[in-house]
Ligand binder design. Structure first.
Ligand code: ZN
Length: 456
């Protein structure tokens, strides 16, 4: 293969993996998607990524970028394509505590950012279950969300600048650390969430925030979602907007958790709606726990909540978080499932869940539901376990229909990949799709970048 020889010349023969050496790159961790890449490339610098893409462009060879491989939608499927692993671009190019910015390459792991920021009394607040593997390039390319979006926004809100290698190998330098920059179209925000279809992110300027000096964490039981929304608003008002996380775990979730991980059994009889709520303060000497307890006592008095446990130690806090962060693990234990990732206006979640219960029952009376949600930002992971996977497409379609009918989005934080392309065709505004296709063909005329993803 002449192409592979040329690639070996560009990045070193030991970094062009083929055959058995590509094992581990041929599937998503859930096992839902499998493929055989032509080769896995492990460049070490932006210059090497640029050289690889220039050659791929010249030869019309498809290239699929991959980071920590923590995706869920087939976004890194690379049948017969070159997989471009960014894991060796793992340097922190600079760290500035004064301006609260860090320049990180695409292969830096999210947890590394967390610990480096913590050393300086700061926080990089994006966080989710896969933080030990997920990488900068991947969480920006999917505009990942997670548990703290209610306070800090998704990945996009934490990115000030980008370095991107375009399909033909040109390097686009958008590495500003400015908070305001109105110099034409926002190409940074175009690249974030593009899932590697418009360019390959090689580095980013990321924004940090002051690290909270203390947290208050509680698990609260309630009868319904409107009560939960009222509680969220009361705690936001009562803490000056210091709610870091507001995570919904319904009784069904708690039952499954107790069955699969008995050590994480809910400390009270699960209510229909259980919420992990966390507030924080950056003010030295302030005790957020007292304030949260007082607010929960008020909520208890008016019958808004029925149960509450406030963590009294970091160990207890970690345990409550483990209940939430076990979600992916306990969800995918049963491989035959339909997993979705939707966003709704905050006051319509209950209606959605009621409608879906009926729809699911009509499609498959034996199917079971499993729901977990970042309630603070309206993002629900609605999963169903059909009795027959032949129903999967119909269930997926029903979820998208009910979501869109209620003013929601069928893709909140995991990206589109291949699994939501049909839904894109059905529900995305047709003019928006035309504009997306025009952008794609302008930036990647040969269609070599992550082909078959995002666009229907
Ligand atoms: Zn999530």
């Amino acid at each position: 293969m002449e192409l592979l020889d040329r690639l070996r010349g560009l990045i070193g023969p030991e970094h062009v993996l083929t055959g058995a050496d590509t094992a581990g790159f041929g599937q998503e961790w859930t096992g839902h998607y499998h493929w055989s890449p032509l080769a896995v490339l492990r460049p070490a610098s932006t210059a090497e990524v640029s050289a690889v893409l220039a050659l791929a462009h010249e030869t019309g060879t498809p290239v699929v970028p991959v980071g920590g491989n923590t995706g869920l939608n087939g976004g890194t499927m690379a049948e017969g394509a070159l997989m471009l692993s960014l894991s060796r671009l793992n340097r922190l190019r600079s760290f500035n505590a004064e301006t609260r910015t860090v320049v990180a390459e695409a292969g830096v792991i999210l947890e590394t950012l967390h610990s480096r920021a913590a050393e300086a009394g700061l926080a990089f607040p994006l966080t989710f279950g896969a933080k030990g593997s997920a990488m900068v390039g991947g969480f920006l390319s999917t505009n990942a969300g997670g548990s703290n979006v209610v306070r800090y926004g998704s990945a996009r809100a934490l990115c000030l600048g980008l370095e991107v290698v375009l399909a033909d190998g040109r390097v686009m330098d958008l590495m500003t650390e400015l908070h305001k920059d109105n110099t034409g179209y926002d190409l940074r925000d175009l690249m974030i969430g593009a899932e590697g279809t418009l360019g390959v992110i090689t580095a980013a300027v990321l924004r940090m925030v002051p690290a909270p000096s203390a947290y208050a964490t509680a698990l609260v039981g309630m009868r319904d979602l409107p009560s939960a929304l009222a509680l969220l608003n009361a705690v936001q008002a009562g803490t000056g907007g210091m709610v870091e996380a507001f995570e919904f775990m319904p009784d069904r979730y708690m039952e499954r958790l107790a069955r699969l991980k008995p050590e994480l059994t809910c400390p009270f009889d699960p209510a229909p709606v259980n919420v992990l709520i966390e507030t924080a303060t950056t003010i030295a000497g302030e005790a957020p726990q007292e304030r949260l307890e007082a607010l929960l006592a008020d909520a208890f008095e008016v019958g808004q909540i029925s149960e509450a446990i406030v963590a009294n130690s970091e160990t207890q806090r970690r345990k409550l978080w483990e209940m939430r962060e076990s979600a992916a693990e306990i969800t995918f234990t049963t491989p035959d499932l339909v997993d979705t990732d939707i966003a709704l206006p905050l006051d319509r979640l209950e209606t959605f869940l009621m409608r879906m219960k009926k729809r699911l029952h009509a499609l498959d009376p034996q199917a079971e539901e499993l729901v977990i949600a970042h309630l603070g930002d309206g993002n629900i992971h609605y999963c169903a376990y059909p009795s027959d996977m032949a129903q999967a497409a119909a269930i997926r379609a029903a979820v998208a229909e009910e979501t869109v009918a209620l003013g929601g989005s069928f893709s909140a934080e995991h990206g589109v990949g291949v699994s939501k392309r049909a839904t894109m065709a059905r529900h995305k505004d047709p003019v928006a799709l035309e504009v997306m296709r025009a952008i794609k063909s302008a930036l990647d005329p040969k269609g070599i970048l992550n082909p078959g993803k995002v666009l229907p």
